[in-house]
Design a protein around this ligand. Structure first.
Ligand SMILES: [Zn+2]
Length: 269
């Protein structure tokens, strides 16, 4: 045994997140949303939506980092649906300084009735069975349900490419989004917004039959919130970034400068 055992032990101890990934502090969240959050790019992303969009924030559910006055609401999903424009949304985000910002994939009409839902797929590294760290159940047993390694990120990226190609056979307008952990695939074709729950479930089954692991809750529509592109993922200090098929193929999840907020010391990457 000897050296082999020690090698595994070292990896287990270090296993938490890939190098450079860490929680963002309140000051860093403030700096990001004040100086770096690109409202123009956000509006471009949301421009494909036709109805009114609701946003949501989670202040400190996972990080336990929150402004003292929001202690009571740190783990609550707070819906932001009263705003004048995106600048106003940013002001509200700056008030809460959340670890995560989402938007609601449901599309609403003037009377707040849901008239459709953006079709999306969620691929997470913790669902990947890692040759070193095992299955999600193994990780949960060690209380590492939110942890992942670079190998898992690489594997989930391959799944995202596979899913992208699968979806291209059915749809035209597809975007991948790097969430700071895993990947989301968004289908922006008009007809996909009108899909019924049954159609979404059937599509999810077809995807899983190809061996790709996705989160059913997102595809079937029960989990309506999805991370807002260009927001900060405060669990790992990464900017959420949309990617084309070509960009996804070459994308370096850990080192790509486009996903590194300025507050990280980029010299270390
Ligand atoms: Zn792993």
């Amino acid at each position: 045994m000897g050296s082999a055992t020690i090698f595994v032990v070292i990896i287990m101890v270090q296993y938490y997140l890939p190098v450079g990934m860490r929680y963002a502090s309140l000051e860093e969240r403030k700096e990001f949303y004040t100086n770096e959050f690109d409202l123009f790019k956000v509006s471009e992303w949301l421009g494909t939506q036709t109805g009114r969009i609701k946003f949501a924030v989670i202040i400190g559910r996972h990080t336990k980092i929150y402004p003292e006055k929001y202690r009571e609401d740190a783990s609550t999903t707070i819906i932001v649906d009263e705003y004048k424009n995106l600048k106003d949304v940013r002001s509200q985000v700056l008030e809460f300084l959340p670890e995560a910002v989402y938007y609601d994939r449901n599309v609403y009409n003037q009377n707040d009735q849901c008239i459709g839902q953006e079709l999306a797929f969620d691929l997470d590294p913790e669902n990947i069975t890692c040759p070193i760290h095992g299955t999600l159940a193994d990780k949960m047993k060690r209380l590492q349900g939110l942890s992942f390694c670079e190998l898992e990120l690489e594997m989930v990226q391959k799944e995202a490419i596979g899913l992208f190609d699968f979806l291209l056979k059915r749809f035209r307008e597809i975007k991948a989004v790097y969430s700071g952990r895993g990947f989301h695939l968004h289908v922006l074709d008009k007809e996909a917004y009108a899909f019924t729950i049954q159609q979404r479930q059937k599509l999810a089954e077809e995807v899983k039959a190809t061996g790709i692991h996705i989160d059913d809750w997102v595809t079937a529509g029960e989990m309506r919130l999805i991370r807002l592109p260009f927001s900060l993922n405060g669990l790992v200090s990464r900017i959420v970034l949309p990617l084309t098929r070509g960009e996804l193929k070459k994308f370096d999840t850990v080192h790509d400068p486009r996903v590194l907020p300025r507050f990280l010391n980029k010299a270390t990457f």
